[in-house]
Design a protein around this ligand. Sequence first.
Ligand code: HEM
Length: 227
Amino acid sequence: MNRIRQDEPSAASTLSAGGGRKTTALWVLGSLAAAGGYATLRYVVLGPVPWQQLPLYVANKALALAGLVLVVAAQCYRSPGLRRQLGCWGAGLLAGHGMASFMLLHPAYFPGWFTDRGQFTLQAGVSLLCGTLALVLVGYLVLASIQRELRGGEPSGSLLLGGGTLVLGLTALHLFNMGFSGWLTPTRWHGGLPPITLLGFLLASGALLGRLLAVGGRGPRPRNEAR
Ligand code: HEM
C-alpha cells in the first residue's frame, strides 16, 4: 500500500518547512540587527544615552521595534506555517519588551510619565494600557493558533486572525500617546533621525490601513478563513 499518511510530512512540505525556517531566521535576525543598530545609533551614538544603558534600556527599544516588524511581516506571507512562525517570534520579542518595560518603569527613565506624586500621568496610563492590551491579545492569538494546530484543526493561515486589526490599532495608540509630542519637533531629533515611536506608529497604522482596505475590497469572508 503506497497511500501517504495524512499526518506524515511529504518531501515537498518538509522542503518548504526548511525554507520557511530559513526565511523566519532571516527576518528575526535581520529585524533585531536593524532595530538594535538604529536604536544604538540614534540614542547612544548620536543621542544623550550613555553606553551603560545598552543592555536593557536600548535593547528594549530594539525588542519592541523588531517584535512589531515581525508581527507585521507575518501578514505579508501566504504560507500559514511562515505566518505562524513569524507571528510567534514577534509575540516572543514583544513579551520580552513588556517584561523589560516593567523593570524600566521609573521616573529616572521616563521623567515625563510621572506626576509630582510619583503616579502615572493620564497619557502614560493610556499608553501603557494600550500596550498591555495589545500584548495580552497577541498572547491569546499565539495560544489559540497553537491549540488549533495541536487539535489538527484547519490552519488559520494567520496567527493574527481578526484580532490582528485590534493589535495594530492598540499598538498605534500605545505609540501615539507616548511619542506624539516629540514627533512635531524634527529639529530636536538626535542626528535628524526620527524617533522609534514614530517609525513604529507609521508601521502599525500603515499595516492597519492595508488590512482595512483589503477587507473592505474583499467583502465578508467565510468563517474559517484568515482575516
Ligand atoms: C503588542 C504589544 C506591544 C507593542 C507592539 C509595543 C511596541 C512598542 C514600540 C515600537 C515602542 C517604541 C520603542 C521606543 O521608542 O523606545 C514601544 C515603547 C514602549 N513600550 Fe511598548 N509595545 C507593546 C507592549 C508594551 C507593554 C505590555 C508594555 C508594558 C509596560 C510596554 C511599554 C513600553 C514602554 C515603557 C515604552 C517606551 C520605551 C522607551 O522609550 O525606551 N509596551 N513599544
